[in-house]
Design a protein around this ligand. Structure first.
Ligand code: HEC
Ligand code: HEC
Length: 388
């Protein structure tokens, strides 16, 4: 079972290939706006919801008792040094588990935008720069970061020991609940793993796009008509002339990789945020990475992913391609929260200044000759990726 779950990141690829075959065999009916080839491409953005892989190294992943403890800890201010902040202070449920601020406000002013957490379990690198390689390590990071929650292992462990129900669950194992002794560090890692187990359950619902997808699969022409003409035109651009699908693909609209889209890398406090370049350094130096001793269920291939990542100059100014689901909940956009609306994002792509691209490799991006109404169509399409 676990093995299967681990393989599931590729499940969407498999379902895409299967759909492609079954689609070709069937006599399908669809709007004339799309060619058969375009419909096949659209079918690679589903089905939704897709499966969430287990959190590597996390023995609590998928256990409902752990998820419940994690849910409580998620809003517990005891995890921050001065007891003023919890995860939920910045990751607010009503805002797609983000905060609507351009830049996060922790114990110190952050230089990055708070990421939304819906469907976060689908990622394989975490943070805008991929500075952590598992969901549980991405949970521990803000707890111990001077900028975010400024906690430390011994303070957090002392506070966890004062919560009998949580402490007992973390320090008993097996059917007979045999007591196990944990160091402070193992206790805090255990708490982080329960929060990660909870975050894996944060999923977003069915969108207008998903209903259109389903109507295409079912050859349901009436269902297809319910999707607005503007969103369809936007989708046609997205998978065609505007080339967005090259990086934003699959059911989560992200290839999970790192790219440069020409955002400036000077931060509001006059420093440089090098993006993936620092993310690779961080993940390699992290004692809680997948190659470290705190992992229980990790597979060799996952450790290889972390050990084999190479630092190159082009990583400067690269960021993880975000999912495009739930965008209506998570403005402002980009790693630095510098674009306020989806129209601003579309304009930034359409009018991209090639001399602003830092890494030489991004030949995919180029200025797009889009009219005002084409830009609005793209926005309508992006809005159709949020649950209504
Ligand atoms: C001060 C606001 C703040 C607090 C408090 C905070 N976060 Fe975050 N969170 C952020 C920011 C900013 C990022 C992006 C960080 C980066 O790129 O390095 C982020 C990123 C993440 C990510 C990575 C998401 C992804 O898509 O890769 C996860 C997971 C996460 N936070 C979970 C948590 C948990 C769990 C807690 C509590 C233990 C927490 N955060 C506390 C602001 C916050
Ligand atoms: C070369 C890969 C690539 C291509 C092509 C691309 N994107 Fe992106 N996209 C990214 C990356 C990387 C980011 C994050 C950049 C950052 O944070 O500075 C991003 C960010 C975004 C965001 C902001 C999401 C958020 O949560 O902040 C939106 C919206 C978006 N892209 C839409 C599009 C559209 C529409 C197109 C086509 C016009 C497109 N992208 C083409 C890689 C790409």
């Amino acid at each position: 079972m676990r093995k299967l779950l681990y393989k599931s990141p590729y499940a969407f690829l498999l379902s895409f290939l299967l759909l492609q075959t079954s689609y070709a065999d069937n006599d399908t009916t669809h709007d004339s706006i799309f060619t058969d080839a375009e419909v096949r491409r659209i079918l690679s953005f589903g089905p939704w919801p897709s499966t969430i892989p287990a959190d590597p190294g996390n023995e609590f992943s998928g256990l409902s008792t752990a998820e419940k403890i994690g849910e409580k800890l998620f809003s517990d201010t005891d995890l921050s040094g001065d007891k003023t902040l919890s995860c939920a202070s910045c990751h607010q449920a009503k805002k797609g588990f983000s905060d609507k601020l351009p830049l996060a406000q922790g114990v110190q002013q952050h230089v990055r935008n708070t990421q939304g957490l819906l469907d976060v379990g689908m990622q394989r690198w975490f943070g805008w720069d991929g500075g952590t390689d598992s969901l549980w390590a991405a949970t521990l990071r803000p707890m111990l970061s001077d900028i975010e929650m400024a906690g430390d292992i011994s303070t957090i462990a002392t506070r966890l020991k004062e919560k009998p129900s949580i402490f007992n669950s973390l320090t008993q194992s097996g059917k007979h609940r045999n007591p196990i002794s944990l160091t402070d560090e193992e206790l805090v890692v255990g708490a982080a793993k329960t929060i990660a187990a909870y975050m894996r359950t944060l999923r977003s619902g069915t969108t207008d796009f998903d209903r259109y997808y389903q109507a295409l699969v079912n050859n349901d022409i009436n269902g297809q008509r319910k999707y607005s003409a503007a969103a369809k035109r936007g989708l046609k651009l997205f998978i065609g002339d505007a080339n967005c699908h090259v990086c934003h693909f699959g059911p989560n609209f992200s290839n999970g990789e790192f790219h440069d889209t020409g955002r400036p890398f000077f931060t509001s406090i006059g420093k440089v945020d090098p993006g993936r370049y620092s993310g690779i350094k961080r993940v390699r130096a992290d004692p809680y990475n997948l190659a470290g001793k705190f992992n229980r269920t990790v597979e060799a291939s996952e450790i290889r992913k972390t050990n084999s990542v190479k630092l190159v100059q082009d990583n400067f100014g690269q960021w993880r391609t975000p999912s495009l689901r739930n965008l209506s909940l998570t403005a402002p956009y980009m790693h630095d929260g510098s674009l306020n609306t989806l129209r601003e994002v579309v304009d930034a792509y359409a009018d991209i200044d090639m001399s602003r691209l830092h890494s030489k490799g991004e030949s995919i991006l180029r200025p797009l000759e889009l009219t005002n109404s084409q830009r609005n169509d793209l926005v309508q399409f992006l809005q159709s990726l949020t649950e209504q």
